[in-house]
Design a protein around this ligand. Structure first.
Ligand code: ADE
Ligand code: ZN
Length: 329
C-alpha cells in the first residue's frame, strides 16, 4: 500500500533544508557561486555526521541571495509537499538566511514567501505557516535579532518562534530573552532539544524557554520522570525518524524510540525535517513506520490529529485542516 495520497499534517520542516539539491546547484550556476563540494556523485547533498550536515546546509544557503530565490524555493517545496499529500505545513524560516537579521530586509523575504504560499494554497490546496527560527550556534545576540524579526511580523502567517542548530552549544537559558520577546508578541514556541542533547536538555528547554512543542525530543526517554512531566504538560514532540536515522541520532529504524514514546503517553507527530538531505518525504516516513512498527492508517490518522491540534495556527485554519483530513479518510 502506498500512503502517498493520504492527507498529512507536517509541523517540523526547514525551508532551506527542503531545497532540492538540483535547485540549489542550478541557482549556484546562475550566480557563479562554486559550492560543488557540497554535492555527492549522484547530485545529492554530501556530508558525514551532524557537524558536516550543518556546514553543508549553510553552504547550500549561499545561492539563496534574495526574496526572489525564496519565492522560487517556496514554490518548489510546496509543490513537492502537496505531491505527498501534505495539506498543512509549518516551516522554519531563519532571518539569518533571509536578510541577516535586518527587519526591513526580512519583510521583503517574507512577502516573497507569503506570495508563493498564497499561490500554492490556491493551486494545490496546501496551507503554509512560518515559524521564525534562530540558529543556536550563531549565538544569543543573533537569536535576539531573529526574535525581533519575528515580533515585527507576527500575525496570520508567522505564528511561531523556535530554534535549531547545534544543540550542545550553550544552554537553553542563554536564549531565554529571545523566547521571552517572541512569547510577549503572542507567538507560540518550539525548540529543537533531545536530538543530540540528553533528557536534561529537554527538561531545561521546557523549563527555561516555556515551549509547548519540542523538536525531535527523542532522548526524553532517558528520564521516566521527565516523560511523566511531558505527558502531564501535554508537550508535543515533533519527531523526524528519517532525519534521526540519516544523521545517526539513532542507529536505525528498529532502534527509533517513537513507538515507545507514543506508548508512554507522549504526544508524537511525524515530519521530514530536511527532506532531500535525508532522501525522505512524508510518504517514505509513513511507509517506514509501517514496515518497522506495523503502524497503519489508524495510527497515521492519530499522528495527523495530534499535529493538527498542535499546529501553530488560528482556529479557522485548524477547522480547514480538520475538514481536509476528515473528507479524505
Ligand atoms: N537545522 C536543520 N535541521 C536540523 C536538525 N535536524 N537539527 C538541528 N538543527 C537543524
Ligand atoms: Zn529540525
Amino acid at each position: 500500500m502506498t500512503y502517498k495520497s493520504m492527507p498529512k499534517v507536517e509541523i517540523h520542516h526547514h525551508i532551506e533544508g527542503a531545497a532540492p539539491p538540483k535547485f540549489i546547484a542550478g541557482l549556484a550556476l546562475e550566480k557563479g557561486i562554486d559550492i560543488s563540494k557540497i554535492f555527492d556523485a549522484d547530485g545529492g547533498y554530501a556530508y558525514d555526521g551532524f557537524g558536516e550536515f550543518l556546514a553543508t546546509y549553510e553552504a547550500a544557503c549561499t545561492p539563496l541571495t534574495g526574496p526572489q530565490e525564496f519565492y522560487r524555493l517556496t514554490q518548489a517545496i510546496l509543490a513537492e509537499a502537496a505531491e505527498h499529500g501534505v495539506v498543512y505545513l509549518e516551516t522554519f524560516i531563519s532571518p539569518d538566511f533571509c536578510g541577516g537579521g535586518d527587519v526591513a530586509a526580512w519583510r521583503d523575504y517574507l512577502a516573497a514567501i507569503e506570495q508563493a504560499a498564497a499561490e500554492a494554497e490556491h493551486d494545490a490546496g496546501i496551507t503554509l505557516r512560518g515559524i521564525v527560527t534562530a540558529v543556536r550556534h550563531f549565538d544569543p545576540d543573533q537569536a535576539n535579532l531573529a526574535a525581533k524579526c519575528a515580533t515585527e511580523t507576527a500575525g496570520d502567517f508567522i505564528t511561531g518562534f523556535g530554534m535549531g542548530g547545534a544543540e550542545t552549544h550553550l544552554r537553553p537559558a542563554d536564549f531565554a530573552y529571545a523566547f521571552d520577546m517572541a512569547r510577549e508578541a503572542g507567538l507560540q514556541l518550539t525548540c529543537h532539544a533531545g536530538e543530540w542533547g540528553g533528557a536534561a536538555m529537554v527538561a531545561e528547554t521546557i523549563r527555561d524557554l516555556g515551549v509547548t512543542r519540542i523538536g525531535h525530543g527523542i532522548h526524553v526517554m532517558q528520564d521516566p520522570n521527565l516523560v511523566a512531566e511531558a505527558v502531564e504538560k501535554g508537550i508535543v514532540f515533533e519527531v523526524c525518524p528519517g532525519s534521526n536515522v540519516s544523521l545517526g541520532a539513532v542507529t536505525g529504524w528498529n532502534a527509533h524510540p517513537i513507538a515507545k514514546m507514543r506508548d508512554a503517553g507522549l504526544k508524537v507527530t511525524v515530519s521530514t525535517d530536511d527532506p532531500p538531505f535525508f532522501h525522505t518525504d512524508m510518504t517514505r516516513e509513513f511507509t517506514l513506520l509501517n514496515r518497522t512498527f506495523d503502524w497503519d492508517v489508524v495510527d497515521f490518522s492519530a499522528l495527523n490529529k495530534t499535529a493538527m491540534e498542535a499546529a501553530f495556527c488560528d482556529d479557522a485554519t485548524r477547522a480547514k485542516i480538520a475538514e481536509k483530513l476528515g473528507d479524505a479518510q
